[in-house]
Design a protein around this ligand. Structure first.
Ligand SMILES: NC(=O)c1ccc[n+]([C@@H]2O[C@H](COP(=O)([O-])OP(=O)(O)OC[C@H]3O[C@@H](n4cnc5c(N)ncnc54)[C@H](OP(=O)(O)O)[C@@H]3O)[C@@H](O)[C@H]2O)c1
Length: 260
């Protein structure tokens, strides 16, 4: 077991990539704190972990609120005596929005959850890691933090911010033995993407279009992304910090020239 004895906070751990990662971390021996807003989904996930013999706690948390993030970090240490891992998975997207269609409210929501939420959770988690002498953080960016995408202006801005926030924190905290990396997924089969597919006329029509954006010609499962997060938080990645790991089936590898 690669995370035996470790304690992990996972924001957005009650759905999609965060949920798959919470289950995998638990299988690898970690005690898991799930921080998100929807209590029913949170309790369902912690129940699934406990049924498999793991330890888990759900805490209601809106990552846009400093007071919530501070409480999650504090309660984690009170409950489990330490904090080793922070995986920031919470995120939102408003599909099909160019700048002209993006309301100020949507812009603020996107930046507040996707970028400010990462800053706030790190701000309150890192002091506990410093006290303990080590820590690992994985943030969730996107392929749209590495390259632009159409119809997702605010989302791209928020994920670009996550990529560089990750690098800045990696530099700032390396001397404290804290590694900070991010993952950049392509399309992943989660409720977020299923909602996007519905908005584009339904899964049957949209799924092949989403798949075709990836040279591997499919979208990924949340479990595949969770395995990449596990790698980054494990000692197998002990010399990796400041990295943006594309988990994207080749989507950002370069241009595919038709006919060659
Ligand atoms: N799916 C993809 O194709 C894809 C691709 C690239 C990147 N990503 C990124 O991967 C991450 C996870 O997305 P997903 O696909 O797993 O989507 P998802 O299933 O919709 O999960 C999103 C999670 O974010 C949480 N969340 C949203 N707003 C929050 C808030 N204000 N405070 C706390 N938690 C909040 C949600 O929980 P509550 O609603 O209960 O709060 C939920 O757990 C996101 O950062 C997303 O941008 C996804």
């Amino acid at each position: 077991m690669r995370l035996q004895g470790k304690v992990a906070i996972i924001t957005g751990g009650n759905s999609g990539i965060g949920r798959a990662t919470a289950l995998l971390f638990s299988q690898e021996g970690a005690k898991v704190v799930i921080a998100a807003r929807n209590e029913a989904r949170g309790q369902e996930t912690t129940a699934a972990i406990k049924r498999s013999g793991g330890e888990a706690l759900f805490l209601v948390c809106d990552v846009r609120r400093a007071i919530d993030c501070e409480r999650v970090a504090q309660r984690t240490v009170e409950e489990f005596s330490r904090l080793d891992i922070l995986f920031n998975s919470a995120g939102v997207v408003y599909p099909d929005r160019i700048v002209l269609d993006t309301s100020e409210e949507e812009w603020n929501q996107t930046m507040d959850v996707n970028a400010k939420g990462v800053y706030l959770m790190c701000k309150y988690a890192i002091p506990h890691m410093i006290e303990h002498g080590s820590g690992v953080i994985v943030n969730t960016a996107s392929v749209w933090g590495l390259v632009g995408g159409n119809g997702a202006a605010a989302y791209c801005a928020s994920k670009g911010a996550v990529v560089l926030l990750t690098k800045a924190m990696a530099l700032d905290h390396a001397h404290q033995n804290i590694r900070v990396n991010c993952i950049c997924p392509g399309s992943v089969d989660t409720p977020m993407v299923r909602r996007e597919m519905e908005a584009l006329g339904g899964a049957e029509k949209a799924r092949p279009i989403f798949a075709a954006k990836h040279p591997l010609n499919r979208i990924s499962t949340p479990e595949e992304v969770a395995k990449s997060v596990l790698f980054l938080v494990s000692d197998d990645a002990s010399f990796i910090t400041g990295a943006s790991l594309a988990v994207d089936g080749g989507r950002t590898a370069g241009e595919v020239v038709v006919g060659q």
